[in-house]
Ligand binder design. Structure first.
Ligand code: AHR
Length: 512
């Protein structure tokens, strides 16, 4: 396939031999690796997926176009309601006929509480995904968290199960996944904790939540900080099932100065560093077979919300509310975001023996892979990466290595320092239910096409699904579609199959 129209020779790097041993299984990917997150922030819930007055919404007030887009990428799990929002949220205000409006102290807006637990469960059923509830470990208590589990999971024992039944939900919601707190390690978080406090609260909360429903799986916020996480694991390792990690690489909460393409590629270096560090701690405590990692908030770009994660808060809404609309600028979500997202998903697949969940933050609006407006939706570049991984890649990761060295590329990171990265990021998968291979091949280089050579295609049908834009800054918007998946049938493969990978592009090579 041609690159961006320039002469093939001029742009071509040397051919790279790729070896795959499909008998050597790295791990079986949990489908929750392609999970998502939605928060009560800006237009994710209200005027987002929950928009009862919109003609595109169903009888329960959910936008059917957004639900259908989520079903297409097989959203397996959807974390809710926050995020920072949750650390001063009380779930009891948002169930039943009387909803108590809340002043949301995290984001400094009124939360009407018309969307609560029961609406969230309805939404998950419509999408066909697992619920994953994050509880309030900021101003909340172990009792309030375990009451929430009672409300969702007990048949009829106690007041909270009876309350759910009275609210019209006879059958328990059966929420399996729960997070104890959000980022309570961070000074920006309401109800931030020090390590000792955190360990005790998590242990007591875990105890009470498991006493209500031992089948729940509980996660707790951790960071790749040995003191915080080691102490947490020593105090609560016996009680929790998951460790929760978060990361945004291009940090722009205060100033929306987005990293350019090359700087975004610099962020792909050691993209799984947090996983490495936490894996080491779990191993040191002999917990790596018991506790899984949920990377339950991640995105290349952090959300832009100036003057609220700060000590000095904005006074005029123009300072701290209006700037949130800058997240809605669709031109910000380019091939840089798509290439980075593919590299992250490749890395999590390579760690699928311990990383069993990851949640793109968020799925809708803000930095989401779907943008919605009153008349429809825009599928941003990252949406198509999830389409490629959820619908074209296999569930079993197998060994892949490269003959010799991968080509390197010197790029400037966001602070102007030169760093050298590999231009290619590849992952090989197969299916547990049928023959064939699916290879994710990401060419990070901004301008140079790359040729790879595969020796596993002889006699097999080879198809390349490529996500590319006209250049690295291509994006989709209400009135423009520059980024989508192109299918290229390469016919029956030969012993030595050369495949050209376009620059700034994500490819899935299907060999069946
Ligand atoms: O920017 C959004 C925030 O990022 C989420 O609410 C929080 O969990 C993380 O700090």
């Amino acid at each position: 396939m041609k690159g961006n129209g320039t002469d093939k020779k001029e742009n071509m790097l040397m051919s790279i031999g790729i070896q795959i041993n499909e008998k050597r299984v790295i791990g079986v990917r949990d489908e929750m690796l392609y999970g998502h997150f939605i928060e009560h922030f800006h237009r994710q819930i209200y005027d987002g997926i929950y928009d009862p007055k919109n003609a595109l919404s169903d009888e329960d007030g959910f936008r059917t176009d957004i639900i259908e887009a989520m079903k297409k990428i097989k959203v397996p799990v959807l974390r809710w309601p926050g995020g920072c929002f949750v650390s001063s949220y009380h779930w009891k205000d948002a169930v039943g006929p009387e909803r108590k409006p809340l002043f949301d102290k995290a984001w400094r807006v009124e939360e009407p509480n018309t969307f609560g637990t029961d609406e969230y469960i309805k939404m998950c059923r419509k999408i066909g995904c697992e619920p994953y509830i994050c509880t309030n470990a900021g101003t909340g208590t172990a009792e309030e968290m375990s009451d929430w589990v009672e409300y969702c999971n007990l048949e009829k024992e106690g007041q909270y199960a009876k309350w759910r039944i009275a609210n019209g939900f006879e059958t328990p919601h059966k929420v399996k996944y729960w997070s104890i707190g959000n980022e309570n390690y961070g000074p920006w978080e309401i109800g931030a904790k020090v390590s000792d406090e955190w360990g005790r609260l998590v242990r007591e909360a875990a105890k009470m939540m498991k006493h209500v429903d031992p089948e729940t799986e509980l996660s707790a916020a951790a960071i790749p900080d040995v003191n915080w996480t080691f102490h947490l694991l020593q105090t609560c390792g016996a009680y929790i099932d998951w460790i929760s990690l978060h990361q945004y690489w291009d940090m722009v909460p205060e100033e929306n100065n987005l990293a350019d393409y090359e700087a975004c590629m610099a962020f792909t270096e050691r993209i799984d560093r947090q996983v490495d560090v936490v894996r080491g701690m779990l191993k040191a405590l002999d917990l790596e077979k018991k506790i899984k990692i949920a990377f339950d908030e991640w995105n290349l770009r952090s959300w832009h919300h100036p003057n609220v994660h700060t000590i000095k808060q904005g006074v005029d809404k123009a300072e701290y509310i209006a700037p949130r609309d800058k997240n809605d600028d669709n031109s910000a979500y380019t091939m840089a975001d798509a290439v980075f997202t593919a590299c992250f998903l490749n890395a999590m697949n390579r760690n699928c023996d311990i990383v069993k969940m990851a949640n793109f933050a968020p799925i809708l609006n803000t930095r989401g892979c779907i943008y919605s407006h009153k008349d429809g939706i825009v599928l941003r570049s990252t949406y198509h990466v999830f389409d490629l991984f959820a619908n074209y890649m296999g569930d079993t990761v197998v060994d892949l290595w490269v003959d010799g060295e991968l080509p390197k590329w010197q790029v400037k990171n966001k602070w102007g320092a030169v760093t050298e990265i590999e231009t290619l990021d590849m992952l090989a998968t197969k299916w547990s239910t049928r023959p064939g291979l699916a290879i994710s091949a990401v060419n990070k280089h901004r301008t140079e096409a790359q040729t790879i050579v595969l020796d596993c295609c002889a006699g097999k049908k080879v198809t390349v699904y490529m996500l590319q834009g006209k250049d690295e800054n291509a994006y989709n918007d209400v009135d423009r579609t520059e980024v989508n998946i192109i299918t290229k049938e390469l016919g029956i493969g030969t012993e030595r199959m050369e495949i050209e990978l376009e620059p700034h592009a994500v490819h899935v090579i299907k060999i069946v």
